[in-house]
Structures are given as structure tokens and as C-alpha cells.
Design a protein around this ligand. Structure first.
Ligand code: F0G
Length: 362
């Protein structure tokens, strides 16, 4: 029997995000069902961290998306809509993950892809992902915000589709993560959802997803949102744009978030909170995720845990709450950050005796 006629049902994940959620997102019957296997990511109960922190903590592993970040959800829909509209080229500015995702979907859809990145300020793996997929990568002597200004202008030319999260279809795709959280919690929302905030598309998307299902009667409560920014790139917390954002979490090194107003509204409507954490604090959370949950997320993702920790300490989040931390990107993308938190490896001769001696084994 040919595979095409296999009696085995296709899993929701195998169908791809657009096919799975076609009745919930802004697509139509003619939108191509482009997929590289995005969405359907696990929600994992973090037993040791829950015990240590006194909460019921679940980790939304967006880092298991095909290019290793949550960007694949929204990119899938944005690229499908770009194909439908007859675009020949995708363009984006990026701190790394958007470019990796755009490049991958461009390859899958047979489009050209141009990515603009801040020179020297993106993780090595992300740059390689975009290059390997065949994107044209341009490093600019400027930051993400400068790059976004430029691509907004460039994308007014015919046939060029802008796929940053200012593109409404990005938000449509990304809101499906909220649906999955509700499904995986048995039809309930968490008390709190903690996530990093950079250009502020993702927090906007989660809030839309939760609100839509709440309005449709599919979930009884709404979560409170805890948005976390890096101390050196915290325009929403500080209430003013940051001309020269700086943080080790290069993914969220953004000083003028395009969806900042929406993020502020989402946090206010959810009775949530925005806060900032230092590089030292986010690195400590990054190490804890790896040491105590076995999850290797990238530094920007770990800031959600850093935010949870302080919110528990200052009483913003009550002990015993059910909390979801969104782990947005994979640690493997950024080996240079990993090198900051590990000890040098031990070296010795190959015999059991020599290894035992180095390990201080009797
Ligand atoms: N976490 C990671 C790993 C990211 O790459 C980003 C954004 C965010 C969180 C913040 O999400 O922008 O929706 O608030 N990265 C973008 C990029 C800017 O170009 O890859 P946001």
C-alpha cells in the first residue's frame, strides 16, 4: 500500500499548524498549507523546580519547533499568506531567530529571503541557520531597531513581504501556542504565564489567543501575564525607548518594540506585570533550567524563569500558583553563552585508573 493511502491517521503535529488551526486563524481555503512541522510543542511539568520554588511550574517548550524557536508558528502563516499574495521575496530584520525561521520557510516555499541582522550581535547558530537555508544575510552597523526601520521601507516594493511580527499573520500563527497551553492543562488557563519580551509580538499573540478562547467559552479564566525584559533593554519597564540596548540575551536586545503599546495593554488587561532582570540574574536562571529541569534554553528564554523567581520573592505571584514559563528558543543556538556557565572539562589518560584519579574516586 502506498504511503499516500496509509490507514494510519495523520497526527495533529504532522498536519502542520495551518491545517490544524485553519478555523481559528486568519487563513482561507486558498492559503497554502505550508509546513516544516511547526507547533504542537510539549508542555512539561518541571518537578524539581516546582518543589524548589513552591509553585506548579510547567515549561512550554517552544524551543522544540523545527528551527529551534517559537518564531516558526507565526512564520508559517506569514509565509503562506505571502505565497498566496504572490510575493517572490521575504525580508526581515532580526536578532537571529526570526531570520532562521524566515530562511527555513522561504526554502520550503521556494522564495528568496533577505535578512538584516545587527553586526556581531546574534548567536552563532542563528546566523548559520539562515545561511545554510540559503538566505541572503546582511549585517548592518546598527541594532535591530535600525534594521526594522530599513526593512519596513524596503518591503514597500512589489513582491517583497515583510515577515517581522508587525506582519499580522505572525500574530495569528503565534496565538496558537495559547490554545495548546489550555489544551494541555485540561481546558484550563494557568494562573500566570511568564515570557520574555523583545519586540513584543509574542506577548501580544498569547494574549490574543487566551482572550479568543475565553470569549468563545472554551476556557473559564484568563492567565495573568508576566513579561520580562533584560535590564539593559527594558523600554517597556522603564517607560522610554532605549537608544542603545545592551544585554547578553541578544534575542531581546531591542530598544523600540514595535508592538510595545499592545504589550502594555495586554499586561494591564490581564492584571499582570512587566519587570526587568539583569544579565547575571538571567544567566543564573539559564543555568538552573539546565541543572534542575534538564532543559537547555537560550538565555533570552531563561529570563522568564528569572522573572518568576523575583515575582515569587516579592509576592507578585503567590506560592502554589500554576505557572507556565515559555521557553522561546533553543540553547544549542548559542554555544558562546553556554561557555559562560560551565567549568572547563577535566582531561587525563585513557585508563580507568587515571579517570578514577581525576574524578577523585576511591
Ligand atoms: N525569545 C527569543 C528566543 C527571541 O528570539 C525573541 C525575539 C523573543 C523571546 C522576544 O519575542 O520579540 O515577540 O517579544 N526575537 C526576534 C528575532 C526579535 O528577531 O528573532 P518578541
Amino acid at each position: 500500500m502506498s504511503l499516500l493511502h496509509s490507514p494510519i491517521p495523520v497526527t495533529p503535529r504532522g498536519q502542520g499548524l495551518i491545517a490544524r488551526w485553519a478555523d481559528q486563524i486568519d487563513v482561507d481555503a486558498d492559503t497554502p498549507r505550508i509546513t516544516i512541522g511547526e507547533g504542537g510543542t510539549p508542555l512539561v511539568a518541571a518537578a524539581r523546580l516546582s518543589a524548589a520554588l513552591g509553585v506548579d511550574l510547567h515549561l512550554k517548550l517552544e524551543l522544540t519547533n523545527p528551527t529551534g524557536s517559537f518564531k516558526d508558528r507565526g512564520m508559517c502563516v506569514a509565509v503562506a499568506r505571502a505565497v498566496q499574495a504572490g510575493a517572490h521575496t521575504l525580508i526581515c530584520a532580526s536578532t537571529g531567530n526570526t531570520s532562521a525561521s524566515a530562511a527555513a520557510f522561504a526554502a520550503a516555499a521556494g522564495l528568496k529571503c533577505v535578512v538584516i541582522i545587527p553586526s556581531g550581535k546574534i548567536a552563532a547558530g542563528k546566523l548559520q541557520q539562515a545561511q545554510v537555508a540559503g538566505a541572503q544575510v546582511i549585517q548592518i552597523d546598527g541594532n535591530f531597531d535600525d534594521g526594522l526601520d530599513a526593512v519596513r521601507e524596503l518591503s514597500t516594493r512589489p513582491g517583497i513581504a515583510l515577515v517581522n511580527s508587525v506582519n499580522p499573520y505572525r500574530i495569528e500563527g503565534q496565538k496558537t501556542a495559547a490554545f495548546e497551553v489550555i489544551e494541555d492543562l485540561g481546558g484550563e488557563a494557568p494562573d500566570w504565564l511568564c515570557l520574555p519580551v523583545g519586540n513584543a509580538g509574542n506577548i501580544t499573540a498569547y494574549w490574543r489567543g487566551f482572550q479568543e478562547w475565553h470569549a468563545a467559552g472554551k476556557v473559564a479564566t484568563l492567565p495573568r501575564l508576566l513579561g520580562v525584559q533584560a535590564a539593559g533593554a527594558a523600554p517597556l519597564v522603564d517607560g522610554a525607548p532605549v537608544a542603545e540596548p545592551e544585554t547578553i540575551a541578544t534575542a531581546i536586545r531591542i530598544g523600540r518594540p514595535a508592538r510595545g503599546e499592545e504589550a502594555l495593554a495586554a499586561v494591564a488587561e490581564s492584571n499582570g506585570r512587566l519587570l526587568k532582570r539583569t544579565d547575571e540574574q538571567l544567566l543564573s536562571a539559564y543555568a538552573r533550567l539546565a541543572h534542575e529541569a534538564g532543559i537547555f534554553a537560550e538565555p533570552a528564554s531563561a529570563i522568564s524563569l528569572a522573572g518568576l523567581i523575583v515575582a515569587l520573592e516579592d509576592g507578585t505571584i503567590e506560592r502554589g500558583s500554576r505557572v507556565v514559563c515559555v521557553l522561546t528558543g533553543h540553547g544549542l543556538k548559542d554555544p558562546d553563552s553556554a561557555a559562560r556557565i560551565v567549568e572547563p572539562t577535566l582531561t587525563c589518560g585513557p585508563s580507568a585508573a587515571e579517570i578514577a584519579a581525576v574524578l577523585d574516586l576511591a
